[in-house]
Design a protein around this ligand. Structure first.
Ligand code: ADP
Length: 483
């Protein structure tokens, strides 16, 4: 299937995100410092003038014009403003206070009756009226417009009443030429943007070194797995998430390496185990064909025995592969465990009848359990067979059945050499053999106990072994008694 997108390197991604972030910051700076600067500046100036205007108007309305004079002069000088208070009597108007806190005062240069009337009309409409006036014109628009001429003043007008007397507080503030400020800011912003982009480049480089570096090294190391090289040495460069990932990969490679060597060992074991009986069969068959007098029943029996061994090896392998893939079918039913043991011992009767073995079964009654019959036969058969195989020279094997607190315990006891304690834990592993030497010429596959273990686990049954070197071993398993 065709890929819908082309994967991009981590470094490029990091850089593009940082670059986008820088663009965003630059745009925000440009908007606030250049595009909206006039509006923001006007807004702040108007709000400051309004505050002064309201304070003077309040003093007039409380203390009259005489009481407001002093504070008006104070405001004017403190804030470098030009403040005029007009008194209206009918349609005529006269200036009652004139406080100069700044050098240039355009209010008086341009003020005319119609201008004062415009301010009065404006102040009647809203609490504080504001507008610009410019040195080169009359500033005919009543609204607050961006001053783009050389010198501009911001004017506010507010009405104040003391009794039936009507006053108007007019304040003028010099407005700095914003256009020149904007061009200065623009130059600064170009530098800031360049510095930000360089900073982003440096940051991208730094982050990619710190984060992408370990990721690249982990990817490189993980690539070894593809080539069947399990010598991974991943490190997360001190980043917690990457450390966890590295740890997981290192452990996975160790396990894969273990599996790999186990698989190799398995193949070697299987080939060896298959070859031994096949060599015997071929050797004996050839001898029988080529050497006169060798065509006898004894040789035939050897060939049949080896063929049987081969067949049991193959079926063990099949069982094992089923166990490994979780496909060992279990058909549990209520059955007599005592009967199953008797059946296995009957199969092994030739050992007692012809080879001098003493195989005892100790049980005081028939015990029923819930288990898969075929698998249980396999368990008992393997344990009894091992006991026969490894028991001592007295050729004694005992199978003991005991019931305790609703649990039946089967012990298969031999008098052999036993198993050293340090090896006990491993005998249930696949292909584990305590030694290559097998008593009584038995071909051991090292699979039997592993199969036993898996069957018992699948039944939820308890099992174990105790062994004393030089005395013998006791293999046991337990099932809950049914009913
Ligand atoms: P094998 O086919 O080699 O007997 P098993 O899985 O049945 O394979 O047993 C694994 C190993 O455990 C054997 O090779 C043997 O060394 C040891 N073992 C099993 N049963 C006994 C026993 N009754 N006494 C001593 N050693 C035993």
């Amino acid at each position: 299937m065709q890929k819908l997108f082309v994967p991009v390197s981590m470094r490029s991604k990091l850089f593009s995100y940082l670059f986008l972030f820088v663009i965003f910051i630059t745009v925000v700076l440009w908007l606030f410092q250049v595009v909206f600067l006039d509006d923001i500046y006007t807004m702040i100036s108007v709000s400051n003038l309004k505050k002064v205007s309201r304070s003077i108007a309040l003093t007039i309305s409380q203390d009259g014009i005489d009481g407001a004079e002093e504070s008006t002069f104070e405001h004017a000088s403190d804030s470098s403003l030009c403040v005029s208070v007009y008194r209206f009597i009918g349609s005529s108007c006269s200036e009652v206070i004139h406080a100069h806190g700044k050098g240039i005062c355009m209010l008086h240069t341009f003020s005319s009756v119609s201008f004062i009337q415009e301010l009065r009309d404006g102040a009647e409409e809203r609490e504080v009226y504001s507008r610009y006036i410019f040195s080169g014109g009359d500033g005919s628009s009543g609204s607050v417009a961006v001053p783009d001429r050389d010198v501009a003043s911001l004017i506010t007008a507010q009405l104040a009443f003391f009794g039936d007397k009507e006053y108007m507080v007019v304040i003028e503030a010099f407005v700095f030429p914003v256009a020149s400020t904007v061009s200065a800011l623009r130059v600064i912003l170009i530098w800031v943007s360049i510095i930000l982009i360089l900073g982003a480049l440096f940051l991208a480089w730094l982050i990619s070194r710190r984060i992408a570096g370990p990721v690249y090294s982990i990817t490189r190391e993980a690539g070894k797995l593809k080539r069947g090289d399990y010598s991974l040495r991943c490190s997360g460069g001190g980043i917690r998430e990457l450390e966890v990932l590295s740890e997981t990969l290192n452990r996975a490679s160790e396990e894969l390496s273990g599996l790999d060597s186990m698989q190799k060992e398995l193949i070697a074991n299987i080939s060896h185990d298959l070859r031994t009986p096949l060599t015997m069969i071929t050797g004996y068959s050839e001898a029988m064909r080529d050497i006169p007098g060798e065509m006898n029943a004894e040789n035939m029996n050897i060939i049949i025995d080896e063929a049987q061994r081969l067949s049991s090896l193959v079926s063990d392998l099949l069982d094992l592969s089923k166990i490994q893939s979780g496909q060992l079918p279990m058909k549990p039913e209520v059955l007599s465990l005592t009967e199953v043991i008797r059946e296995v011992l009957l199969r092994e009767a030739h050992f007692t009848e012809h080879e001098g073995y003493d195989i005892q079964f100790i049980s005081d009654r028939d015990v029923y359990i819930f288990a898969d019959r075929v698998r249980l036969l396999q368990v008992v058969y393997n344990l009894v067979n091992n006991a026969i195989c490894y028991t001592g020279d007295d050729k004694r094997v005992t199978v003991r059945q005991s019931v305790n607190g609703g649990v039946v315990r089967i012990e298969v006891i031999d008098t052999g050499e036993g198993i050293p304690e340090e090896k006990l834990a491993f005998i249930w592993d696949r292909y584990y053999k305590v030694s290559e030497y097998h008593r009584r010429g038995q071909v051991g596959t090292g699979l039997g106990l592993n199969i036993v273990k898996n069957i018992l686990i699948a039944h939820g049954a308890g099992f174990g072994v105790s062994s004393l070197v030089g005395k013998g071993s006791i293999f046991w398993f337990e099932f809950p008694v049914y009913g």
